[in-house]
Design a protein around this ligand. Structure first.
Ligand SMILES: Nc1ncnc2c1ncn2[C@@H]1O[C@H](COP(=O)(O)OP(=O)(O)O)[C@@H](O)[C@H]1O
Ligand SMILES: [Mg+2]
Length: 361
């Protein structure tokens, strides 16, 4: 998995015949270097020669995905012939379901060639073809591993974009993208401090909230739009922020306001759409941000706010594990989208499969 934060690759080796924490056999994180991150950022916007550049960057990504697979085999001691498949989300460079597509690059054919392991990729297109958002796709997996029969849980994944899964007892799982997770905070931190992210939200905590700016940012129609809905860098990016930002604003105060924006958009989503939730579990990189966690807990006094580690699940690798499961669903010919989440007209088998000759059919 490599997500909208553009931080790097989360790779897991999962034994899906197991449940709970035992299913994670190995994990590895491979960060992107600055040049790759910059190339990916540029591919989010129209540019001269972008088709060629996207393909070259996709090839580079495939080599990195393959490099992330090797340590998993080493850690686990399993030969590649034992691995059923790689579920490779790829790197989103455009997410435009309103135009009928979501584009992930990463050359799955090359990844299959380099690893000798079957690859499942392009998980979002079929759901979009069936009228859905193509996102979020993790709620079905959250439902499988994190549901409790009696307690009303909400899982909040704080990646570049934040998304939630509502697991109300006795009801089908629902979910949607709440809005910006880390990506605006990351972008502002990178621009003003030259650092990829604001560790533990320390810089944000040193600033003061700018109420007028927060109000302008929260006025974006995305936040009040009813689900199904999904988002990406196509909407939330530094240009979006700068359109609302008066010149000369104190940079730490802007960061404090962006952290509050992430929290308030998540909290509003929970209050509006997950009534009665008593347990909130955070995962994704944003769950490491102590200031963010504390602020979410303060804004949600009626619920407990913990990370998925409290359930024995490593929140840094949950999304990657979800894509292993999505790959398994594809190989078994089983649907994996939740139409009530994505808005698709029907359940769909997601993903394109790249097999090798030795793979059993
Ligand atoms: N200690 C930390 N403090 C603050 N933010 C953090 C910390 N660790 C990770 N993050 C944030 O998490 C992001 C990565 O989260 P991730 O779940 O990988 O997102 P994505 O799925 O979009 O790639 C980083 O870009 C950073 O913003
Ligand atoms: Mg990431």
């Amino acid at each position: 998995m490599s997500g909208t934060s553009l931080d790097g690759i989360d790779a897991v080796l999962a034994d899906l015949s197991q449940s709970g924490p035992q299913l994670l056999l190995a994990s590895h994180y491979l960060p992107f270097d600055d040049a790759l991150k910059q190339a990916l950022l540029e591919l989010h916007h129209p540019k001269q020669d972008e088709l060629h550049q996207a393909q070259l960057t996709g090839n580079q990504l495939a080599k990195m995905y393959a490099a992330a697979v090797a340590p998993l085999l080493e850690q686990s001691g399993l030969p590649r012939s034992e691995i059923h498949a790689i579920g490779c989300h790829g790197q989103t460079i455009r997410h435009r379901p309103e135009h009928g597509y979501s584009l992930q690059i990463g050359n799955a054919a090359l990844l299959a060639e380099l690893t000798g392991i079957a690859v499942v990729s392009d998980f979002r297109s079929r759901d979009i073809a069936a009228g859905g958002q193509g996102a979020p796709l993790v709620p079905a997996f959250h439902d499988r591993v994190l549901r409790h029969p009696d307690f009303h849980r909400v899982i909040v994944n704080i990646g570049g974009i934040s998304n939630l899964t509502d697991l109300a007892p006795g009801k089908a799982a629902t979910g949607f993208d709440c809005g910006p997770g880390n990506l605006l905070m990351d972008a502002w931190c990178s621009r003003r401090l030259g650092r990829p992210y604001d560790e533990n939200g320390a810089w944000a905590a040193s600033g003061n909230l700018l109420p007028e700016l927060l109000e302008r940012l929260l006025a974006d129609p995305y936040f009040a739009m009813p689900p199904p809905k999904s988002s990406g860098r196509d909407l939330f990016n530094i240009a979006w922020l700068e359109r609302q930002l008066p010149v000369g604003e104190n940079a730490a105060n802007v960061q404090a306001t962006l952290l509050e924006l992430t929290c308030r958009s998540i909290v509003q989503a929970i209050l509006d759409h997950c009534q009665g939730a008593t347990e909130i579990y955070l995962c994704g990189g944003g769950a490491h941000n102590r200031t963010l966690r504390d602020r979410l807990a303060a804004l949600l006094p009626a619920s407990t706010v913990k990370t998925t580690e409290a359930l024995g699940v490593d929140g840094d690798f949950l999304e990657a594990t979800a894509f292993a499961w999505l790959a398994q669903q594809a190989l078994h010919g089983k649907p994996a989208n939740l139409p009530q989440v994505t808005g698709a007209k029907h359940p769909c088998i997601l993903g394109a499969i790249y097999r090798n000759q030795q793979d059993a059919i």
